[in-house]
Design a binder for this molecule. Structure first.
Ligand code: SER
Length: 314
């Protein structure tokens, strides 16, 4: 059966790359991109694009009706830092957007749904190193607890409605094709742009703040591999831990310096994102992803840094 894939939130950091990848794999007409604004990416045009707010269930249902999607990727969300500025809006979008999609996916018999969770589901009382799949989870950001509640809803729809919903707890994502917006891990993308433009960067996270991160190529591959895995291999219907590479701003700066010897990093004194980072894991245990659908990372810190600089140099 031919696929019809709907990507909601196609203009964001992950959505942009996913649309490009899915179109490469399935053909342009098989992938309907959608967002609240037209895409600014030169390759994502008005063709096979729908303007929709995921909170507008009537309009969203028209799109399900029109395309009868076989797969839906829901990426529209407000991230951690922006969520703290607009807590109710973040809860509303992250939660009701998901519920609208899960509901319509059941109604229109969508075969598979992908929804991203995050390392933000963990909190100050979660083990911070090699954080296991199951442990104390007391996230203290609106983004974090909207993702944790969302995971529970995904599993609930799988159990109650048999909906084939799959999810990953992404680490901070680093790529050159699209920019992040409103996250705590954004520094690790911004630093590359500033390093190339000005040879310096002021990090809003402190020198020693280790966080789990991942190169976008790996993140997209993980997503597609999870979605392609046979359903009986997927034992986790909330969301899988995904480890990536853990490093600090200081370590990333040192790696950049190997390519740009004059690069200098400095650190902001007070930034609200520091407290968010301090409540998240430093590293993640993703044994189950490796065991169940053969997940394996490709890019380490050195390979990612080299590839980012190479591509951004233009
Ligand atoms: N990268 C996201 C953020 O920083 C976490 O999922 O908000």
């Amino acid at each position: 059966m031919s696929e019809k894939i709907l990507v909601i939130g196609a203009n964001g950091q992950i959505g942009t790359e996913l649309v490009l990848n899915l179109r490469g794999k399935y053909g342009a007409e098989a992938v309907i991109a959608s967002d609240i604004h037209p895409s600014k990416h030169p390759l994502i045009t008005e063709e096979h694009f729908e303007l929709v707010n995921v909170l507008d269930k009537v309009l969203l249902e028209n799109i399900f009706e029109k395309y009868q999607p076989t797969q839906v990727y829901l990426l529209a969300a407000i991230l951690s830092a922006t969520g703290e500025k607009h807590p109710q809006m973040a809860w509303d979008l992250n939660m009701n957007g998901l519920l609208n999609v899960l509901d319509l996916a059941v109604k229109y018999k969508t075969q598979k749904v992908f929804w991203p969770s995050s390392i933000a589901v963990f909190g100050p009382n979660s083990p911070r190193d090699n954080t296991p799949q199951y442990c104390t989870m007391d996230p203290n950001t609106v983004y974090g607890f909207s993702k944790l509640a969302g995971e529970r809803w995904c599993e609930y729809y799988f159990i109650k409605h048999g909906l084939d919903v799959r999810s990953l707890r992404y680490p901070g994502l680093i790529g050159w094709k699209s920019d992040p917006g409103g996250g705590t891990t954004d520094y690790a993308v911004n630093i590359f742009h500033e390093a190339l433009a000005n040879n310096k960067y002021e990090s809003f996270l402190s020198a020693g703040t280790a966080l789990p991160m991942m190169y976008m190529d790996d993140a997209i591959r993980a997503t597609l591999e999870l979605m392609d895995a046979p359903a009986d291999k997927i034992t986790i219907r909330s969301s899988y831990n995904l480890a990536g590479i853990s490093f600090t701003p200081e370590q990333l700066a040192a790696e950049i310096k190997k390519h740009l010897p004059d690069f200098e990093i400095s650190y902001a004194e007070h930034d609200p994102r520091q407290a968010i980072a301090d409540s998240w894991p430093r590293s993640i245990d993703d044994t189950q992803a490796a065991q169940e659908w053969n997940w394996k990372i490709n890019y380490d810190l050195a390979a990612m840094t080299a590839d980012m600089l190479e591509n951004l140099k233009g």
